[in-house]
Design a protein around this ligand. Structure first.
Ligand code: ADP
Ligand code: F6P
Length: 324
């Protein structure tokens, strides 16, 4: 077997996501089961460059599967985007005897993982982001918890919106992607779902539909707006002025990233973390674990990063039929 791996590291990078702890736990315990040593790298690539590296054993990951956030902390690190930073990172790995790394994060983190791999450190990516915006996979760690958190919050806003006979714009996260907005829009029975991938900016059409809905007797009007469109507060002011209906904007923000992970996020993250550790134990490198068409698979990092992703058109069409 080429590249026999003895000691692996694990880090979380980019925005945290509920379920990351389950993935870390699975990496650590699977690696130990394969006879490997494990080191935790704190605070993503920033912690690697600062040599914040700790030994991990089975007990290090006790009591964390039910917790939100990441026990390894996370960070964004500008220095690691430079060639000098990446070379120093690989050198630090060698100095600490780390010959393989599991990187739990999003696309940006995987670009860094690809660089480490090219520098001779076996590297496997595990998709961890609430945004679901990684092209090679139908599932990312944290999305399920985030949409459930947002759904519950939107249900609550709907109650008060109905009582006051208001229009409510609720902005959900997702960076440039509209997956959280689409899922909440369907799950919350929203009247409008605004996705960056589809929204044509025709606010007058929305205003006309709100006026029509009020004439039909609708007591509330829920607009789920994606962060990638944004401007919810000014949109609310314009809608109120044009319709005469009180309109409030709520930006759900970071509450969507926290909280105890759902069963799905715990189980999928555990399986992905275990698969990543197993690939390293087999001497593999430069792969991303993915869940595609109902199966756990892995892709070459560069091929995965070159893939494009869009909202599933059928889901969008169904959502459009259900909104009004
Ligand atoms: P995510 O992984 O969630 O997409 P970011 O895009 O913020 O989050 O990326 C996380 C980290 O990954 C960055 O702070 C940086 O350290 C590293 N990274 C991002 N892009 C690159 C790149 N092109 N080359 C090397 N490292 C990168
Ligand atoms: O990628 C996860 C995410 O929560 C995005 O939905 C959002 O755009 C971004 O991170 C927010 O980042 P920060 O925590 O740095 O404000």
């Amino acid at each position: 077997m080429a590249n026999k791996v003895k000691t692996i590291g694990v880090l979380t990078s980019g925005g945290d996501a509920p379920g990351m702890n389950a993935a870390i736990r699975a990496v650590v315990r699977t690696a130990i089961a394969r006879g490997l040593n494990v080191k935790g790298i704190m605070r993503g690539y920033a912690g690697l460059l600062a040599e914040e590296i700790v030994d991990m054993d089975s007990a290090s990951v006790a009591d964390c599967i039910n917790k939100g956030g990441t026990i390894l902390y996370t960070a964004r690190c500008q220095e690691f985007t430079t060639e000098a930073g990446q070379k120093r990172g690989a050198e630090i790995c060698r100095n600490h005897g780390i010959d393989g790394i599991v990187v739990i994060g999003g696309d940006g983190s995987f670009r860094g993982a690809g660089k480490l791999s090219a520098l001779g450190i076996n590297t496997i990516g595990v998709p961890g982001t609430i945004d679901l915006d990684i092209a090679c996979t139908d599932y990312t760690i944290g999305f399920d918890t985030a949409v459930n958190t947002a759904m519950e919050a939107i249900d609550k806003i709907r109650d008060t919106s109905t009582s006051h006979e208001r229009c409510s714009i609720i902005e959900v996260m997702g960076r440039k992607a509209g997956y959280i907005a689409l899922w909440c829009g369907i799950a919350n029975g929203a009247e409008e779902i605004l996705l960056p991938e589809r929204y044509d900016g025709d606010e007058q059409a929305i205003i006309n539909r709100i006026i029509e809905a009020r004439k039909r007797g609708k007591k509330h009007y829920i607009i789920v707006n994606a962060e990638g469109i944004g401007h919810s507060a000014s949109m609310a002011r314009r809608i109120e002025a044009a319709t005469g209906i009180e309109t409030r904007a709520t930006i759900l923000g970071h509450m969507q990233r926290g909280g105890s992970p759902t069963c799905k996020d715990r189980v999928y993250a555990s399986i992905m973390g275990a698969k990543a550790a197993n690939l390293l134990a087999e001497g593999k490198s430069n792969r991303i674990i993915a869940y595609k068409n109902g199966e756990y698979v892995d892709f070459d990092i560069q091929e995965a990063l070159a893939m494009k992703k869009d909202i599933v058109e059928e889901q969008y069409k169904i959502a459009c039929d259900l909104v009004r």
